[in-house]
Design a protein around this ligand. Structure first.
Ligand code: URP
Ligand code: ZN
Ligand code: ZN
Ligand code: ZN
Length: 506
């Protein structure tokens, strides 16, 4: 039987403070048919059977989180990530996230459309909240170009990720980057990069192993900050050469964040995405004496051993140097990580975050005094919706928006632990972190899917969300520049003097 659709239910959220990225106002929210119908004081919808009322007094009513970066059930490094589209989206909901954007990643030489269809076939029967798919460009040809066009025009894809790392697997070179960025620009898509120098990683790994460094610390030592910063700078330079907007995924270091911040100050259209892991923990864990503990944090680019990194990235996120947040949720349990017990290069790369992103950002961002509730909404939801052209359907609580809503208790606390989380993994990289800011209820398309620790989800109830090209938030500037910022030749009289050269005597 197909999953029962329950989006028809009527819902009244009473007495909360409705927080958007630009404004907070105490108001009720009335929802019907999965869409926000009214926002205002003392709403009194006609009493009808099936009206559900949620009391949000003294709570915040915020747009559901959008996680810009996940890898559910991803076949990767000889394994497959533990969270599938069911456990992953269920965990997301428990944490106040109502939409994820995952990545369809073809092998080199393989079809992008087939990868998209494959990932969609995995997700559709399992997702408990809405989702969308970025698509990776792992090689280049005319066929790839045609497929990008097809995906944009017929499949609702408006973002493509290029890997500058994973040599011989997913990595593309500068010429391919140039071609892919040019194509994104033509199609109105956002180019994304995994910015690390894959050649230097390969050389660095060889060097560490030759020195007898086989443990997780070798992962960071073989690809230090400048390896990330160099690729970030290179990607920005290439994107700027073709006037293509660029989104740098998983910003993990101060060096790379500085490169993005400087580029934005130069007026370049570039966005940086720190993740829950880089904002909430650090790379000192790679030096932990317990191998399993250290391996748990292995991801690419690595977390950084400089303990001031998370606070620095949060400052930049608060001040709009960095723009949106994801998690890179790509969970491998200890037994899977153990594939690399004798060689750090074989440890499957990836960490958790989809459940904890919102709480970690509230704790380290808002509770710490770095950002206010409106900026919190901007960086957890609205900016992602704007960049990936989902706004104002997603990322805002307003009449006509999808009723993806979270009732957020800013005063309540919870302690993150693998013992209580809803992810499929046996550990949590934020284990023991006490977070202020707890989702008390999560509403997905008008249905209360989580309340007070109790789920009401159905696998397959989430929907694939198409994203049209040319997001105005990103592309207005790009188009204007295209029109007015073209170089022109200097008009001058022709040179009429003597032309001399050397004549080559045979
Ligand atoms: O370690 C990571 N980041 N795993 C997922 C793949 C990627 O590079 O995003
Ligand atoms: Zn990546
Ligand atoms: Zn441990
Ligand atoms: Zn990733």
């Amino acid at each position: 039987m197909p999953p029962q659709k329950q989006t028809q239910q009527k819902l009244l959220i009473k007495g909360g403070k409705v927080v958007n990225d630009d404004l907070s106002v105490v108001a009720d929210v009335f929802v019907e048919d999965g869409v926000v119908q009214q926002v205002g004081p003392n709403l009194n919808p006609e009493p009808s059977t099936g009206l559900i009322v949620l009391d949000a007094t003294n709570k915040l009513v915020i747009p559901g989180g959008i996680d810009t970066h996940t890898h559910m059930e991803f076949p990767f490094m000889g394994s497959r990530s533990k969270d599938d589209f069911y456990t992953g989206t269920k965990a997301a909901i428990a944490g106040g996230t109502t939409m994820i954007i995952d990545f369809a990643i073809p092998q080199k030489g393989c079809s992008l459309t087939e990868a998209f269809d494959t990932w969609k076939s995995w997700a559709d029967p399992k997702v408990c909240c809405d989702y969308s798919l970025h698509v990776a460009v792992t090689w280049w040809s005319n066929k790839v170009k045609e497929e990008m066009k097809h995906l944009v025009q017929n499949k609702g894809v408006n973002s493509f990720k290029m890997f500058m790392a994973y040599k011989d697997i997913y990595m593309v070179n500068d010429e391919e980057l140039f071609a892919a960025f040019s194509c994104c620009k033509e199609l109105g898509a956002v180019a994304q990069v995994h910015a690390e120098n894959g050649e230097l990683i390969a050389q660095g790994a060889k060097k560490m192993l030759a020195m007898g460094i086989t443990g997780p610390e070798g992962h960071e030592l073989s690809r230090p900050e400048e390896v990330e910063a160099e690729a970030t700078q290179r990607a920005i330079t290439i994107a700027n050469a073709v006037n293509c907007p660029l989104y740098v995924v998983h910003v993990m270091s101060k060096s790379s964040a500085r490169v993005i911040s400087n580029a934005r100050r130069e007026g370049k259209v570039v966005y940086g995405e720190p993740i829950a892991a880089s904002l909430g923990t650090d790379g000192t864990n790679y030096w932990n004496k317990d191998w399993a503990h250290a391996a748990a944090y292995v991801m690419g680019p690595p977390l950084r051993p400089d303990p001031s990194t998370p606070g620095f990235l949060m400052n930049l996120l608060a001040n709009d140097d960095l723009s949106a947040t994801g998690t890179d949720n790509c969970t491998f349990d200890t037994c899977q990580k153990a594939l690399g017990k004798d060689d750090f290069t074989k440890i499957p790369n990836g960490v958790n975050g989809v459940e904890d992103r919102m709480s970690v950002i509230w704790e380290k961002g808002v509770y710490s005094g770095k950002m206010d509730e409106n900026r919190f909404v901007a960086v957890t939801s609205t900016n992602a919706a704007k960049i990936f052209n989902l706004y104002p359907r997603k990322g805002r609580i307003a009449v006509g928006s999808d009723a993806d809503i979270v009732i957020w208790d800013p005063k309540a606390t919870r302690t993150i632990s693998a013992k209580t989380h809803h992810q499929a993994n046996n550990f949590n990289i934020f284990e023991g972190m006490v977070c202020h800011g707890v989702p008390v209820a999560t509403v997905s398309r008008g249905k209360v899917v989580y309340e007070g620790g109790v789920f009401n989800v159905t696998a397959g109830e989430g929907k694939y969300v198409s994203r049209p090209p040319f997001p105005p938030y990103v592309y207005k500037r790009v188009r204007q520049r295209e029109q007015v910022c073209q170089p022109a030749p200097v008009k001058r009289a022709p040179y009429t003097g003597v032309v001399s050269g050397i004549s080559i005597m045979q």
